[in-house]
Structures are given as structure tokens and as C-alpha cells.
Design a binder for this molecule. Sequence first.
Ligand code: GRF
Length: 237
Amino acid sequence: MTVGMKQRAAVLISGRGSNMAALAAAARDPAYPVEFVLVLSNRAQAPGLGLAAALGVPTAVVEHRAFKGDRAAHEAAIDAALRAADVQILCFAGYMRLLTPFLVERWAGRMLNIHPSLLPAFPGLDTHARALAAGAKLHGCTVHLVTQTMDEGPILAQAAVPVLADDTAETLAARVLVQEHILYPLALRLFATHHPGTPPPADAALLNPQPPEVAPNNPLPPDGAPHSPLPPDAPLP
Ligand code: GRF
């Protein structure tokens, strides 16, 4: 990577877009190594699209329904939009479509996803309710590389939260989401400052940002370049 040159990233969303907003907020820091050049949704009504526009990030919609079940054609259209925007890194953030080998192989090693559990525990949906039902004492979130098998790619970073005795799926989800908004920008920064195109070794970045009550604004590792993640309790932009 040329020093000072930012890598161009896109965020793929299907809904709310709070992780996308956390990424875009972090990227406002001139020292952040990534710029977001596109937010792409498979649903025109995704609330995150308005949020992205408000944050000044270009948006695109490639409705999966328009392709009437032709997943390959849908992904070809997504791929074309990403290439037209000269994207280098894909960040999945609440993108609710399974990927085919076409997109996975074309973007291998350059796709990150955030998942709301401490993988390999609780892949798939309803992670918070399942963690409670299983009696987990520790829960959290994971940023990982995307591979063909859902939620199984190499782990880049994780953040843990304790499960409290009176937690519901909703209270637990809210506490995990606070950590997601810290972890994803941090993991992407570490990923982007490694050699582009080369995933870090599996043990390179298992990070647990300090809980907000310990270090409200300091999720960076000691050797990290400064950036400005959302304060954990800040309302999203
Ligand atoms: C997050 O919990 C993320 O971990 C999961 O989907 C949710 C998306 O939320 N993959 P948002 O759209 O980023 O607010």
C-alpha cells in the first residue's frame, strides 16, 4: 500500500445500518486507512441507505427480488457495481443474503463480516436468544473473513460481554451492539494496514476492546494509529 493512500471499501447492508454508520464515522478520521466509497443494499427500503446518504457515502440498490431467484445474476450485478466504484474491500454488515461461490471466489481475502456472537459459538440467526438458552456466561461479537461456509471464515477480532442474570435477548443484543460498533472499525483498520490482499495470520488480532466503563473512548491497541470511533454510548449519526 502506498503510504497515505486510503483503501476503497464498500459496505453491504440489508437493514438498519448501524455498523455501517460506525464504520463511516471512524473513516472520517484523516488517519483512518479506509474510505467508504459505496453502501450497497439488496433492499431499497433498508433504513441504512438514508443513514449512508446523510453521512455523505454514495449508495446503490441491487434488489435481489428483481432477479427472481437468479442468484448468480444478482451477484453479477452487485459485482459490477462494486467494480464501477473501484472497490477494494467489502464489509458485510447485516447483509441478509447467502453468497454463491461466484462472489466468494472473486473477492476472496477481501471480504469482512461482523457476526453477533463469539464464533464458532452460535453461527446463524437469533444468536442472543440462543446464547441465553444455552446458559452462556460470555457472549459477544466477531469480525471474520468471509468464506463459502456461513460464519466460518478466519476470525480477525472478537469482543466479549458478560451475560447478566436478568438479560433478555434484547438487552444482551444492545450490549453486544455497543461492542460491534467499536470492534468493526478497529478490525477493519488492522486488516487494511496489513499487506493488502493478504489476510493476517489467524492469531494476529484477537482483540477485546475494553468495556465502556473501563475505557470509554480508548478501544485502540497501544501501537494503533489514532482514530475516532463512536463513543460507546453515543447516538448513531
Ligand atoms: C448486527 O448485529 C450484525 O452483527 C449482524 O446483523 C446486525 C446488523 O445490524 N450481522 P446493523 O444493520 O449494522 O445495525
